[in-house]
Design a protein around this ligand. Structure first.
Ligand code: AHR
Length: 506
């Protein structure tokens, strides 16, 4: 008898809207993400649009990427945007000290990034340089991108071939200032964030959404310092909201930071330690939210998880500074359970960015270095299957699974994860079977008259299953409508081990 879980969904109890921006992405000048991932250059034989790989864009369009964070990461705090505009052959070079010490020729700069966003249909999320830049530099970047009419930066943009401004709402004020962004103390950064934010201006209709660089993992003291900086300014003699959001970074590490483990070679214990680490994101975000609630009970300041995902040891033989890793079904399940958390916390978690889009960490796409072939990872498919939740209304879900917990080194780890939303009269339920056993799922759909069900399933024979250039379709989603068994309350489906499914009622 397979294990069983009843998923009770109350479709008529609307919760907060799940912003599509929690499905955001991140592209850093790191390893082969920009160069060799997105950017091949205008002289390349690989099919491209203005130097941007066409197959990469075509694939990513399936994900309806809402926003793309760039240029870092740690790289953001050593990036000087003026070096990346104007004729490419005249752009200065620099050393990418954080990521492999390689030379950066600045051929992919502001205009190329905005062209990429336009091709993807994604909003830009630009991370400014606080660590080694200046207030003026960031202020002028905002002017360059978003101002119309006439001004020094507008003239410069025109000289560089772009007349109209771009709409760019999302601006990050530095990155990880507690670490690679400058090793600052929280109060020191909080003051800088207020200062930088002040000089990042709204031009015309372009109203900025400024994101202060937030905590690492469970460092709630950092969040508290930022929220205090907000509260003080709000209640001061000249009330202002300096920034609209604070961020937090959380990576799922199955081992330790010095020995993270292999992306593809792991045993059952490694697997469960990873799931435990991934599930830790929920209590951790709740801690940050509790602090935010104290200073901002009306929830005007958003929480942005602008770096998350799995981080493994690099693939053998690859540059340790390039963070290239394979992506298995285990990674896909980390993504699916993380989305369940974002859906539950949608009232405060307004945006998130998985690290990173192509060839780096928990990527959507891997470009085979030998053949140039493009491989979609299982995580790609979770993102694609989850597009139904973009801007949908979260509804409550109760998982009744008698055998739904497992002890992992003294911690209870859930073996089933689920969340649900309603959009355009349709209810979509995400269910992850994290365990190595099949799971009988009974969906008990309440508060909805609709009784036509369909389902898509992402499953493989093992948690280590992954796609390669030789077997690009080893793990792909498929429709399993025929396997659905109608019940009085809804529908029943048996999930294979290590599986992710989206059940839809319409
Ligand atoms: O995503 C890789 C790196 O991880 C980012 O550059 C940095 O912000 C974080 O430490």
């Amino acid at each position: 008898m397979p294990a069983a879980a009843r998923i009770i969904v109350n479709a008529d109890i609307p919760g907060p809207t799940i912003s599509r921006h929690v499905y955001g992405h991140f592209a850093e000048h790191l390893g082969r993400c920009i160069y060799g991932g997105f950017w091949v250059g205008e002289d390349a034989e690989t099919p491209h649009v203005g130097g941007i790989r066409k197959d990469v864009v075509d694939a990513l369009r399936e994900l309806a990427i809402p926003n793309l964070r760039w240029p870092g990461g740690c790289f953001a705090d050593e990036y000087h945007w003026r070096d990346g505009v104007g004729p490419r052959e005249a752009r200065p070079r620099m050393v990418n000290t954080h990521w492999g010490g390689v030379e950066e020729d600045n051929s992919f700069g502001t205009h190329e990034f905005m062209a990429l966003c336009e091709l993807l249909g994604a909003e830009a999320y630009v991370a400014g340089n606080v660590g080694s830049g200046s207030v003026r530099e960031m202020s002028e970047w905002v002017e360059y991108l978003t101002r119309s009419g006439s001004s020094p930066m507008v003239e410069l943009r025109r000289q560089n071939g772009r007349d109209e401004p771009w709409p760019v709402r999302f601006w990050g004020i530095g990155n990880e200032p507690w670490g690679c962004g400058g090793h600052m103390r929280p109060e020191a950064y909080a003051d800088l964030a207020r200062q930088y934010a002040t000089f990042c201006r709204d031009y015309g209709d372009n109203v900025l959404y400024r994101v202060a660089a937030g905590a690492s993992e469970d460092d709630v003291a950092w969040t508290e310092a930022l929220m205090r900086a907000v509260a003080e300014l709000r209640t001061g003699p000249f009330p202002a909201l300096p920034f609209q959001a604070v961020s937090v970074h959380y990576y799922t590490i199955g081992g330790t930071w010095t020995a993270k483990g292999s992306a593809t070679e792991f045993d059952e214990d490694d697997y469960w330690r990873t799931i435990r680490a991934a599930q830790r994101i929920e209590p951790l975000l709740r801690q940050h939210i509790a602090v935010m609630d104290r200073y901002d009970p009306d929830r005007e300041v958003g929480l942005v998880v602008d770096e998350w995902g799995t981080w493994w040891d690099v693939e053998p033989g690859t540059n340790p500074g390039f963070l290239f890793q394979q992506g298995t079904m285990r990674d896909a399940l980390v993504a699916s359970l993380t989305f369940d958390v974002f859906h539950r916390l949608a009232e405060r978690v307004v945006m998130a960015n998985i690290a990173q889009t192509v060839n780096v960490l928990q990527a959507m796409l891997l470009v085979d270095e030998q053949t140039g072939a493009l491989v979609r990872t299982p995580t790609f498919h979770v993102f694609e299957m989850s597009t139904v939740h973009h801007d949908a209304v979260a509804v409550p879900v109760h998982v009744a699974a008698p055998t739904g917990e497992r002890d992992v080194d003294g911690t209870a780890v859930r073996t089933v994860s689920a969340s649900a939303s309603v959009r355009d009269g349709r209810c979509h339920v995400s269910v992850s079977n994290l365990s190595a056993e099949p799971l009988d799922v009974e969906l008990d759909l309440r508060g909805s008259a609709v009784r036509t069900f369909s389902a898509r399933l992402l499953a493989a024979d093992a948690g280590v299953a992954h796609n390669t250039a030789q077997r690009p379709d080893a793990v792909v989603p498929r429709a399993v409508d025929d396997a659905l068994v109608p019940t009085a309350a809804g529908v029943r489906l048996t999930l294979p081990p290590h599986a992710f499914a989206v059940l839809s009622a319409s």
